[in-house]
Ligand binder design. Structure first.
Ligand SMILES: [Fe+2]
Ligand SMILES: [Fe+2]
Length: 471
């Protein structure tokens, strides 16, 4: 167990105080981060006391501390899991050789790109969610939003630590760039599409934390396999925090469903009763699942093959596989056919994006199954479905083609006519927006969502998760 220096200005378990140059560079970046947080972080709640979890070590037992804190005073730290003795490269051309403690020169720019791309998603999501506090359904949800936000901030710190430590002056420049791009800004957008989509209501927030944070989980799982050991150890610890973000999404959607079912028992028209009807929920699901699929990149990818072959990025849970070199064999990827989706076999390494994406889809399906079980147990005949990976894609072989959610290829005119059967219509969005009002009284909850079955850290739902200062 490496020692934790939580009383330093930057809490860490990487012996930052012994590397004065690095410490100075990070201390110089810190005020820029804070000024970004104050400008682009949650709007209107920076003076309130929030009951938050703070990482204080990378120890699997008791790594976090819970207490009230004002968000700008949150202790964003740098934590890596402990090194694994004699860790070996787990896949690719150099399988079985010792892992790298420094960046190999020939992979420097690609590795930097991977880290910057991951790092960019972290502040982006904080920016996307910055207005949601003003329309939160309860103090419990408000606290969960801020928990996700501060931890995305810490994930940014994690990537910036790697850039500063291992990539010299261009790493420092990239670290500044991470604070300069802005989600949805046409002149300086965030790098990936889903992170430029606005998240202006809580249904979108739950869908984002369920589907888009889960993309994050799979990217982190694949980077946790990396031969670049500091990246691997950083990502392993980030995964610990990420689990809560997906919990917020899964239980959030579940509570919307539970409330819809309760209202359906009172009368047929859920909307008249102020709830979110299940067909609308399906359209939101269709949108957020598919924009998240785009984050895995193209189905057939020579970059993916290079990342795998060189040892930079593996498969999720690489140890499960038998063949870690993957030079033989093929993988079936979905591709457009004459009137629907068909599959095409491509060399395994070139299909690594789909290998990872398929694992993601399987994982996504598990929560959908739990949502459907809840609907069934309420005696309601409705089933939520993940749409076909050909539907509503902006990247890959099926990009911009008029597939319906079942994977049938429509003609463009029919697709255009039926688009809002599949995706949220402006009316859907206006309706959802009309439901969103801030609820700040402990124990109270908005009408469109059920309360959680339990609170945070054994506290009840009625607990004052956010102590608002007099406004
Ligand atoms: Fe994150
Ligand atoms: Fe996250």
């Amino acid at each position: 167990m490496s020692s934790i220096n939580q009383y330093e200005s930057i809490p860490n378990n990487v012996d930052l105080s012994t590397d004065k140059r690095l410490q100075r560079a990070l201390e110089k970046w810190q005020p820029n981060f804070l000024s970004w947080w104050n400008d682009m972080g949650p709007e209107g709640f920076q003076k309130d006391q929030i009951y938050l979890r703070t990482a204080i070590s990378a120890d699997t037992e008791g790594w976090a501390h819970f207490d009230y804190v004002k968000m700008p005073d949150y202790r964003w730290g740098i934590f890596l899991t402990d090194p694994e003795p004699d860790r070996r490269i787990g896949f690719g051309d150099s399988y079985g050789q010792p892992v790298w403690q420094q960046v190999p020169g020939e992979l420097r720019s690609q590795l930097k790109r991977l880290i910057v791309t991951q790092g960019d998603t972290e502040p982006a999501s904080v920016e996307q969610q910055r207005l949601l506090g003003n329309i939160c359904p309860s103090l419990y949800d408000l606290r969960n939003l801020f928990q996700v936000n501060v931890e995305e901030g810490r994930h940014l710190w994690a990537m910036v630590y790697l850039l500063h430590s291992y990539f010299g002056s261009d790493g420092r420049e990239e670290a500044e760039g991470l604070l300069e791009r802005r989600s949805g800004n046409p002149d300086k957008p965030r790098i990936l599409g889903a992170f430029n989509e606005p998240i202006s209501d809580w249904l979108s927030f739950y869908m984002f934390t369920y589907f888009t944070d889960r993309d994050g989980k799979y990217q982190l799982l694949s980077l946790a396999e990396s031969s670049f050991d500091p990246l691997s150890r950083t990502c392993k610890f980030m995964l610990t925090e990420e689990a809560h973000h997906m919990f917020v999404g899964e239980t959030g959607v579940m509570r919307v469903i539970q409330r819809a079912c309760d209202l359906m028992k009172q009368g047929d028209d859920v909307r008249k009763l102020g709830g979110i009807d299940l067909p609308l929920l399906q359209r939101y699901l269709n949108r957020w699942y598919t924009v998240s699929l785009d984050l895995f990149g193209g189905e057939e990818s020579s970059n993916a093959a290079l990342y795998f072959g060189s040892g930079m990025k593996g498969r999720a849970y690489e140890k499960q596989y038998e063949d870690h070199v993957a030079l033989d064999g093929t993988y079936a990827i979905p591709a457009p056919g004459a009137d629907g989706v068909t599959t095409r076999d491509v060399p395994m390494r070139n299909a690594m994006n789909v290998v990872l994406r398929d694992a993601y889809s399987e994982d996504s399906q598990r929560g959908v199954d739990r949502w459907n079980k809840c609907i069934r147990e309420n005696g309601i005949d409705f089933e939520l479905k993940l749409p076909s990976p050909a539907f509503h894609r902006a990247i890959g072989l099926c990009a911009h083609m008029p597939f319906d959610p079942s994977g049938r290829l429509l003609n463009q005119a029919e697709f255009d006519r039926r688009k809002y059967e599949f995706l949220p219509s402006p009316e859907d969005e206006a309706y959802v927006a009309s439901l969103m009002h801030g609820v700040y009284e402990p124990g109270k909850i908005a009408n469109w969502i059920a309360p959680p079955t339990k609170g945070i850290k054994d506290k009840p739902f009625e607990f004052e998760y956010v102590r608002r200062e007099a406004h």
